[in-house]
Ligand binder design. Structure first.
Ligand SMILES: Cc1cc2nc3c(=O)[nH]c(=O)nc-3n(C[C@H](O)[C@H](O)[C@H](O)COP(=O)(O)O)c2cc1C
Length: 185
């Protein structure tokens, strides 16, 4: 695929099924992820790769998160959390591992992880897979960090749900660039 076509035509998909990338393809995808811009080369991003039985483990984590967040939670809401990880055959948990550095605040390190997420989505598209970035209540809080076994300096900035696009091809809306771009010349 042409590099520029990959950038312009990538779409997310919420209908994701097997196959997922092979180990070799995943290694390429992580190489792309770790080429994200990274101020002072602090390497703030890491990932938990979840598939197979790992999805059951993540489902347990989400159930415990739901129960911890609301001790009076009803069974139907617990079921919703339980099912969440099964929306794709592979999930990458996006983690910002914040390094102490005067010149590079936490927000910059989180933005670097966000850039790495887009690198992953683009690499997936180039390899004919797809994904969608989801956040929700199970991101950006210390409760989910603890349940996932993260360190105190680590934050979940979202989840990439990954697989092969099993849905109808998404239409990309034409954009009036003038609405978003100011030109100073
Ligand atoms: C930080 C971030 C968080 C997001 N969280 C969710 C989410 O929780 N649920 C969801 O359906 N889409 C979420 N999205 C949007 C999708 O990932 C996707 O960008 C959107 O569906 C547009 O699809 P496209 O990439 O095909 O344009 C989020 C996007 C970003 C950047």
């Amino acid at each position: 695929m042409e590099a520029i076509q990959n950038l312009i035509e990538r779409t997310s998909s919420s209908h994701l099924s097997m196959p997922i990338p092979s180990r070799e393809e995943l290694n390429t995808i992580y190489k792309a992820a770790l080429r994200a811009p990274d101020h002072k080369d602090l390497k703030p991003s890491r990932y938990i790769e979840v598939s197979g039985n790992g999805l059951d483990r993540l489902s347990e984590v989400f159930i415990n998160f739901a129960k911890d967040s609301d001790p009076n939670i009803d069974q139907s809401r617990i079921e919703r959390y339980k099912k969440m990880p099964y929306r794709a055959p592979l999930i990458m948990v996006l983690i910002s591992s914040i390094k102490e550095n005067q010149g590079v605040p936490k927000i910059e390190q989180m933005m670097s992880t966000a850039c790495s997420a887009q690198c992953i989505l683009l690499a997936l598209n180039a390899l004919n897979y797809s994904g969608i970035w989801r956040t929700g209540e199970v991101s950006f809080n210390t409760s989910i960090s603890k349940l996932l076994g993260l360190e105190d300096n680590e934050f979940v900035i979202g989840y990439l749900y990954i697989g092969t696009d099993a849905g109808p091809k998404k239409n990309i809306q034409a954009i009036e660039y003038d609405d978003f771009v100011s030109i100073w010349d």
